[in-house]
Design a protein around this ligand. Structure first.
Ligand code: ASP
Length: 438
């Protein structure tokens, strides 16, 4: 076994008790182990994440208000962790620097990054691991885009002589030396970049859920967990709203062929979800890996006699949609009819422009639209060449009394996309889940 990268999310490091659980997991790794840490998250549902307190503090300072009470709460969170862990660490110099920063020129990203920075210092001291500041290794360009090459070099150089270290997640630096953060939840991205740089065997992402569920647990009661899923399947499900980690966290490890293991800090024996570069050769017993969906789409119906003979008809319609800055999703068609499925919110904003533009561009016999469409993706490598699969999906929807408005199957047979009325969304998800897993 080689190196493992373990990233712990905010709830996994929200208190001394949680950090102890994480430390037990880290210490159970016999080989190289790099730890990527988030800022302390919520300890209970009404709690405030340290990152949010830091943003609030920065806003107060920028507005000329008194940031000290909020900063006091932040210090208290860290001091309580230090005290309860019993580590010999004094952060007063760091606190003084942050206060001076707030007084002089409060910068949002610098402030937000201090949650990860301080928490990682504590965890490094508790584990007796070296602390590595990613400001010197993770690099963004002047526009704030990650410089993947420089970052890979920077992380490799910083970690090459080490077999273990604690690295704060969420931030790096700009060419001018200023701190820059990823978008929210970005410690997942740091973990992925570190895993790629050290050529880890696995990137373990420790969170507060035991992996990705087959369907949304807010809709299906106690859905089963997906134990193994390919990067391609994950991407399909994530696009349709199934979230388990930051979108940008997938690419560095996927490129390097490193699996991601989603695990639960509060239930370390649970198998979790393994995200693998390629689907296993052996077909699963149940062909559907996951079911996800989203509301908020609109459908535009266009009709014109002899549409099929008019070369460029579809392109002209799509150009209007593109110029109107509306995202297009699917385009099922008949001989003389075309339906275009688009993002509902963007369409309502630019509806006049789209309708007038299509009228002018292709002179249809009729054009109409409907809002409130939901899309559901049924995803799984096991669906490839599986006879009767769609019959089962559509049979389940028919039995549940759900009318299907649109069907689209990707050429890879990896997914079937179904358009339905938003009002039928929950019933549809439940009926498909039950057809395969009930
Ligand atoms: N602390 C940051 C956030 O709350 C980053 C992270 O936890 O991944 O978004």
């Amino acid at each position: 076994m080689g190196t493992t990268v373990v990233k712990f999310g905010g709830t996994s490091l929200a208190s001394a008790e949680q950090i102890r659980k994480a430390a037990a997991i880290i210490r159970s790794n016999q080989n190289g182990c790099f730890v990527v840490a988030s800022a302390p998250g919520k300890r209970f549902s009404d709690d405030i994440k340290v990152t949010d307190l830091l943003y609030a503090c920065c806003e107060e300072a920028r507005g000329g208000g008194d940031f000290r009470p909020t900063f006091g709460q932040i210090k208290e969170r860290f001091d309580a962790i230090i005290r309860d862990l019993g580590v010999d660490l004094d952060l007063s110099e760091d606190y003084a620097k942050i206060e001076a920063h707030l007084e002089a020129h409060p910068h949002r990203d610098t402030m937000a990054s201090r949650g990860e920075y301080l928490n990682s210092k504590i965890i490094a001291a508790y584990l007796d691991f070296p602390f590595i500041d990613p400001a010197d290794a993770i690099r963004f360009d002047a526009d704030g885009r990650l410089d993947a090459e420089k970052t890979d070099e920077g992380l490799r150089a910083a970690l090459k002589t080490l077999s273990r270290a604690v690295i704060p997640g969420f931030y790096g630096s700009l060419p001018n030396g200023k701190i820059h953060t990823f978008s929210r939840g970005g410690s997942d991205v740091t973990g992925s970049l570190v895993a790629k740089a050290v050529k880890a065997d696995v990137y373990e992402n420790w969170t507060d859920v035991s992996g990705l569920k087959i369907a949304d647990p807010r809709i299906v009661r106690e859905p089963r967990t997906i134990h193994i899923i390919s990067y391609k399947e994950l991407r399909e499900l994530a696009y349709m709203g199934a979230t388990v980690l930051h979108e940008d966290a997938v690419f560095p490890v996927r490129e390097a062929g490193i699996p991601i293991h989603i695990r639960n800090t509060n239930d370390p024996d649970a198998p979790g979800t393994m995200i693998v570069p390629e689907a296993p050769a052996e077909k699963p017993d149940i062909p559907v890996t996951g079911i996800a969906g989203r509301k908020g789409f609109a459908i535009i119906f266009i009709e014109k006699t002899m549409m099929n003979a008019e070369i460029g008809f579809g392109r002209k319609c799509l150009s209007v949609i593109e110029e109107s800055k509306v995202s297009f999703e699917h385009m099922p068609s008949g001989i003389d009819t075309l339906s275009i499925i688009v993002n509902g919110a963007e369409f309502s904003k630019h509806r006049r422009k789209v309708i007038d533009g299509i009228n002018a561009a292709v002179k249809p016999d009729s054009i109409s639209y409907e809002n409130d469409l939901a899309l559901i993706a049924v995803v799984g490598h096991g669906m490839l060449r599986k006879k009767g699969l769609s019959a089962k999906v559509f049979g389940a929807l028919a039995d549940a009394g759900v009318n299907i408005r649109m069907i689209n199957q990707g050429s890879s047979e990896l997914n079937i996309i179904i358009g339905i009325d938003e009002a039928d969304y929950e019933t549809a998800i439940r009926s498909i889940y039950n057809a395969f897993y009930g």
